[in-house]
Design a protein around this ligand. Sequence first.
Ligand code: 2YM
Length: 386
Amino acid sequence: SEKTTEQAATTKPFSFKLLKTEGMARRGEITTPHGKVRTPAFMPVGTQATVKAMYPQQVRDLGADVVLGNTYHLMLRPTAERIAKLGGLHKFMGWDHTILTDSGGFQVMSLSGLRKMTEEGVTFSSHHDGSKHFMSPERSVEIQGLLGSDIQMQLDECIALPAERSEVERAMQLSLRWAERSRNQFESMGGPQKGQGLYGIVQGGDVPDLRIESAQRLGELPMEGYSVGGLAVGEPQAVMLKMLEITTPAMPNDKPRYLMGVGTPEDILESVARGIDQFDCVMPTRAGRHGLAYTRFGKVNLKNARHSEDPRPLDEESQCEAASKYSRAYLHHLVRVNEGLGAMLLTWNNLAYYQYLMQGIRDAIDEGRFEEFRQQTKEDWARGDL
Ligand SMILES: Nc1nc(=O)c2cc3nc(NCCN4CCCCC4)[nH]c3cc2[nH]1
């Protein structure tokens, strides 16, 4: 359709500006059709078009520039076609900032039953009602386009670790072929012209030479960013960090790097130090629903009876009222009697802490003191919750 001059002018291309580096740590800024993303960034998970127990404005007020949606879940319920008919995912969920969507490969492998994986794609049955579905690289990108996703993921195959080298290599090679098919579909749908981005996903398990091969060959494809996949799948933290030390140097330096599914505050801090720009994890939200609070001085399990008469808030210096206004005794009570407000307040606290940590990381890199910040933060966590 003929674009008006004004429209053409506003659809800026997807871009990433590398603002500052300190060792492998990077401070940057991504521009998408729905605004800017300050990196390093933590992306709250909004799997079924909601960040659980949070209002969208609340998530925004905590400083999140981007939330994550899931192709697998949304294609099953309410379907991508219905969301498209209603104006797309941003309008549907009331989030007017950047949305990143995962492609569904990981969720199919971890959630659905009865799967059949071929070169063409994967056939699977819904974990809700057993209905049959098919997902190919092309269909996954089509769904993400229907959702109106600003940052889309290629369809890939993520395998659990430990695994045989032959199995790791097979899945890595398949994911590379699917990267190319995903790119072709993305371009045929005019993704670049809409200012959207498609990320390739590096695989290769815990096998150094396969990781390097995957990163180098993926880097030859014109992607707007690159994810590190196949990690946080049960391997020890030391193995994950070692694989990052091998993988990020082999990835394009001028494009965002997204470590999928990571992680705890410590995982994030250590991964920033190894060249990662974007993170997502269900940890802060899921832990909040299970009574666990993240604070500047480590974790506090509000289920524990030791909090039953503690009048102190979680952190009286926090800008977030969930941390500064309610006693631990009250939070303990809410968790013990399983009141909804308990999940709401702890989710709010946890996302506030994660964004506080990310802001601290960004400021530290801006000011050339990231290494000092990293050491001090780890000491604070080790101090424990006095
Ligand atoms: N398309 C795609 N490819 C991946 O290789 C991938 C790898 C991933 N690894 C994780 N780990 C999630 C770990 N999470 C930690 C907290 C409790 C629930 C599981 N999520 C992932 C998502 C992924 N998505």
